[in-house]
Write a protein that binds this ligand. Structure first.
Ligand code: SF4
Ligand code: SF4
Length: 305
């Protein structure tokens, strides 16, 4: 198959991003992720499938969706019109019918050429600002052939490429893709393997090993460390992070990403439980202490990123 006709599932393409790598960027969000982090702020990126999403605050309780659903997946529960996702066939009829635009199908299949067309719209901004495209998610490495084709297409157009990744992939996959990636935005959460399993659902061993290998190959990497109170901001994890980062062949810049609960409405809209309802946003003073701690070991640290 011609690679420009290869397709994959995305859940968003955002233009004019200034937080996903250098310059002005277009960020392409892949759907599907092998991790299930408790704090994920893009829960619509977890499932590789298209999903039905309900914006409860827009619903005007007209009941039109209930009447149009041929498989009986919509039912009334008190004031709300809920969806039985096991019955839903994702036909989209309720989305079409919902006058209030409260219902949405999250996720869209697109070809490489369609995505490239979107990316190229901002070429002038990329050139002026030193920006480019960032593939994010979800996890872009979860659709490796689609990602490979997109990377090659961007490279052939001279567009700077960044990949925002959790690093959980086989080395064969990463090794195949890495030379078409100008910059890695590489997430590190927890160094203790058991705690990593507890809060993300998977071992961190391939993540740590892949980062070590990429570092040894001389790749440009920004390490991204989400700061989640009471989960990974303790002295033990911070010390283990320093030890691991100091053991890498290169000293990589570090972005601290403070946790915030802004994704709560997305969990509600997808009908998924949110386990960090009580977790506060970290205090600025605490973030500064963490920043100072890493800087004392010679790391170049930013809060945000
Ligand atoms: S059609 Fe839309 S506005 Fe009407 S009940 Fe269904 S979700 Fe609510
Ligand atoms: S997408 Fe189709 S099957 Fe699913 S709830 Fe809406 S109308 Fe029913």
């Amino acid at each position: 198959m011609e690679t420009l006709e290869l397709s994959g599932i995305l859940f968003d393409i955002r233009r004019y991003s200034v937080h996903d790598g250098p310059g002005i960027r277009t960020t392409v969000f892949f759907k599907g992720c092998p991790l299930n982090c408790w704090w994920c702020h893009n829960p619509e990126g977890k499932s590789p499938e298209i999903e039905i999403f309900l914006r409860e605050n827009r619903c005007i309780r007209c009941g039109a969706c209930l009447n149009v659903c041929e498989v009986g997946a919509i039912y009334q529960h008190h004031e709300s019109f809920e969806t039985n996702r096991a019955l839903c066939t994702l036909c989209g009829a309720c989305v079409e019918e919902c006058y209030a635009e409260a219902r949405e199908l999250v996720g869209k299949r697109m070809t490489v050429s369609e995505v490239l067309e979107e990316i190229e719209r901002d070429r002038a901004f990329f050139e002026q600002s030193g920006g480019g495209v960032t593939f994010s998610g979800g996890e872009p490495l979860f659709q490796p052939n689609f990602l490979a084709a997109l990377l090659q297409a961007c490279r052939s157009q001279g567009i700077h490429t960044a990949v925002d990744t959790c690093g959980f992939a086989s080395w064969d996959t990463l090794n195949r893709l890495r030379t078409d990636i100008d910059l890695f935005l590489y997430d590190l959460k927890l160094i203790d393997e058991e705690r990593h399993r507890q809060f993300t659902g998977v071992s961190n061993l391939p993540i740590l090993e892949n980062l070590r290998r990429l570092s040894a190959f001389g790749h440009s990497i920004f390490v991204r460390f989400p700061i989640i109170p009471q989960i990974n901001d303790d002295a033990i994890n911070l010390r283990q992070m320093v030890e691991f980062l100091l053991s890498l062949p290169q000293k990589h810049p570090l972005d601290l990403l403070p946790y915030h609960a802004s994704a709560l409405h997305k969990y509600n809209g997808l009908g998924v439980e949110y386990r960090l309802r009580e977790t506060p946003t970290p205090e600025q003073e605490h973030l500064n202490e963490i920043k100072n701690y890493f800087e004392s070991y010679g790391f170049n640290v930013r809060i945000g990123g």
